[in-house]
Design a protein around this ligand. Structure first.
Ligand code: ATP
Ligand code: MG
Length: 221
């Protein structure tokens, strides 16, 4: 991570970080990250595959190394995208607050941090560890996702809504009803996944025979 150097002259480094299971990464993630980068003038977007996701621990997930490799393959042609091993090298469950703290430890006050999520994930925010501290330390970009209307935010967040929404920017992106669950299921059914994920990721999935036995593929979306 230290290869992302702060800008000279005390200027802020503006980073977007996108956490996820990325099992596998797909064009929904990539389009969202690229749109966020442009709209919020981010210097880089750092993809952070989760090690042991606290919300998904009960389900079967591909190994961290497979998910890391696929994420690397997917971002290699974008000079503004990079991948961090921060969470996969942590042995315990990875909480967003710990990740955010690690970034601030490296860049001190020279960092402006945007956490990029889909609208579904931002709805989980109040269940996150130390969400108040999280809101104090970074901004959020919540991207539209089919099935998750922004209007739901107010209802779901309840009394926390005014505080949360101050730090959350809503990002309209071309709606893409695509999820990793959808891709895993299609692979298991022998259906094509061409154009749903970069070609290198598609080849990696076949080469390593990922998702072939995803019989009762659980929808984790
Ligand atoms: P799964 O189906 O396994 O849950 P997923 O497609 O939801 O996978 P995750 O790795 O869970 O992918 O998501 C990482 C982040 O990317 C989350 O913040 C999620 O909301 C966001 N995201 C995933 N797919 C999309 C999409 N099509 N549009 C916008 N955001 C998305
Ligand atoms: Mg998901």
């Amino acid at each position: 991570m230290s290869f992302l150097l702060p800008k000279p002259g005390g200027e802020f480094l503006t980073l977007g970080i996108m956490g996820g299971t990325f099992d596998p990464i797909h064009i929904g993630h990539l389009v969202t990250a690229e749109e966020a980068r442009q709209q919020f003038a981010l210097d880089y977007v750092v993809f952070i595959p989760a090690g042991a996701p606290p919300h998904k621990d009960a389900q079967k997930i591909s190994s961290a190394e497979h998910r890391y490799m696929m994420t690397m393959l997917a971002v290699v042609d974008n000079p503004y995208f990079t991948v961090s091993r921060l969470e996969i090298e942590r042995q315990k469950p990875s909480y967003t607050i710990d990740t955010v703290r690690s970034f601030f430890q490296i860049y001190k006050e020279q960092l402006k941090l945007y956490f990029i999520t889909g609208a579904d994930a931002i709805l989980d925010i109040i269940t996150w560890k130390n969400y108040e501290t999280l809101l104090d330390s970074c901004f959020f970009i919540a991207a539209s996702r089919p099935g998750y209307a922004f209007s739901k935010l107010k209802v779901v967040l309840g009394p926390a809504f005014p505080r949360v929404i101050q730090k959350v920017h809503l990002l309209e992106i071309p709606a893409m009803a695509i999820s990793s669950t959808f891709i895993r299921r299609r692979v298991a059914e022998g259906k094509t996944i061409k154009y749903l994920t970069p070609e290198a990721v598609e080849q990696y999935i076949y080469k390593n025979r990922l998702y072939v036995n995803e019989k009762q593929s659980i929808n984790r979306f």
